[in-house]
Design a protein around this ligand. Structure first.
Ligand code: LLP
Length: 421
């Protein structure tokens, strides 16, 4: 459930008509709902309430300071994957002991930043990284808490570009090597193993791959404990999918996911960490865009919008489906017609949907892309020198711009000329 609903024939974000925001901010823009963000965080927190746990929001999904602050105020920890994300989390008021650091290519500088600013744990992805973190920690006279991200060789049955748990993927250490790796960690004075980490992919719509992975993690927990390691935490990653096509998809609920964790790992006496991104932010955000032209092509009509692939890249990159709805509610039983819905960027890939049935739309009409809160603004760029689009937050009757649209001048002034030009 989200808080973008039609009321009196007009799409609202919580209590604010979307058209009112568009009139003030200009299109295109991203729009987030505070109530949806907090609700989704709460669903995960409740799903794990049977035991000690921490929900570490995967902030790669949407990392605006306002979004992070809302979640931090709910008690969320953060999952970060770069020095930049670490800095954003700290700036949003998250304390270091609630931040887990994931990612396959942590640099020495990033390790130092996190070790000096405070860190809950590093999720180690390779043996060279383990050795380097040990050296960095020793040079700083500290001990780095670590979990090893194991690769369980499980097929997450999701889009190939976002599956991470198969042995051919670049992620984690093969689970079969885990005992050796933990034995090595026990010898390294700069590291302390505190848990095990696993993340098998994103937009999972079936619990079976999770079950397979969690069972393997359970067996590994027992084996590592038998080897004498103090495994206190299990970080189970993120990945729970969301319904992108309303009415046609029903991915598992956080409560079902929480019950599966309890069933497979609840008896280990471990603190459970999870790193959801998409399910927290995805349906908490929409992208609002305006029709610039309706163009009749051969055998098809194009809706040319002012939003483009640089603003929302998921359809171009993953052939992702997003519901696209008019801001004015179509009357029940209103006629529909197929459109190819595209942006102005000079690539055929700048296509959001082909032959999508929509009520008739004309120049100046507004549409909303649903489920755009995760990996929308966070993956946007200024390709074609189209300014990063604003982010706006709604809270009840109020709304505020939480990232303004840069001016052309600001964009141009970011470049610096070499002295010889
Ligand atoms: N933890 C780790 C280690 C991850 O790599 C990810 C996502 C997450 C947690 C959060 O997963 P989530 O709950 O959001 O599924 N840009 C793609 C998704 C990339 C996901 C990358 N890793 C998309 O737009 O579909």
């Amino acid at each position: 459930m989200d808080h973008f609903l039609y009321r009196d024939g007009a799409l609202h974000a919580e209590d604010v008509p979307v058209a009112e925001i568009a009139a003030e901010v200009g299109t295109p823009f991203y729009l987030y709902s505070t109530a949806t963000l907090t609700r989704h965080f709460q669903l995960f927190d409740d799903a794990l309430s049977w035991g000690p746990h921490m929900v570490c929001y995967a902030m790669k999904a949407a990392s605006n300071q306002a979004v992070l602050r809302i979640l931090a105020q709910c008690g969320a920890g953060m999952d970060v994957v770069s020095g930049g994300e670490y800095a954003r989390a700290i700036a949003a008021g998250v304390s270091g002991d609630k931040i887990v650091f994931s990612g396959v290519g942590k640099t020495e500088e990033e390790m130092r930043t996190a070790l000096s600013g405070g860190i809950r744990q590093f999720n180690l992805e390779s043996e060279p990284e383990m050795e380097r973190l040990n050296r960095v920690a020793l040079s700083m006279g500290v001990v780095a808490p670590v979990a090893v991200r194991v690769n369980p060789d499980v097929d997450a049955k999701t889009h190939a570009k976002i599956a991470t748990g198969k042995s051919e993927n670049k992620f984690g250490i093969p689970i079969a090597r885990a005992r050796e790796v933990y034995a090595r960690i026990a010898q390294l004075k700069g590291l302390k193993a505190v848990g095990i980490d696993v993340h098998i992919g994103s937009q999972l719509t079936d619990l079976t791959p999770y079950r397979l992975a969690f069972e393997k993690v359970g067996q590994l927990t027992d084996a590592l404990r038998a080897d004498g390691h103090d495994i206190q935490r299990l970080d189970l990653g993120g990945g729970l999918g969301i319904p992108y096509a309303r009415g046609n998809e029903a991915p598992p609920l956080p409560s079902e996911y929480g019950a599966l964790i309890r069933e497979t790992l609840g008896d280990k006496g471990c603190e459970i960490e999870i790193e959801p991104g998409r399910l927290v932010a995805g349906n908490a955000g929409i992208m609002v865009s305006k029709v610039i032209y309706v163009k009749s092509g051969e055998g098809r009509d194009f809706l040319i919008l002012d939003g483009a692939m640089n603003d929302l890249i998921r359809p171009a990159m993953y052939d992702a489906y997003h519901d696209i709805v008019p801001i004015i509610e179509p009357e029940a039983g209103a006629e529909q017609q197929p459109y190819d819905i595209v942006g102005p960027v000079c690539e055929s890939g700048d296509t959001f949907a082909r032959q999508r049935m929509m009520p008739p739309l004309g120049e100046g009409d507004l549409v909303a892309f649903r489920s755009a809160g995760a990996y929308g603004a966070a993956m946007s760029s200024e390709y074609n020198t189209r300014p990063l689009i604003p982010e706006v937050l709604v809270n009840g009757h109020q709304f505020a711009v939480i990232r303004p649209r840069p001016t052309f001048e600001e964009i141009i002034n970011r470049d610096t000329l070499p002295p010889w030009l």
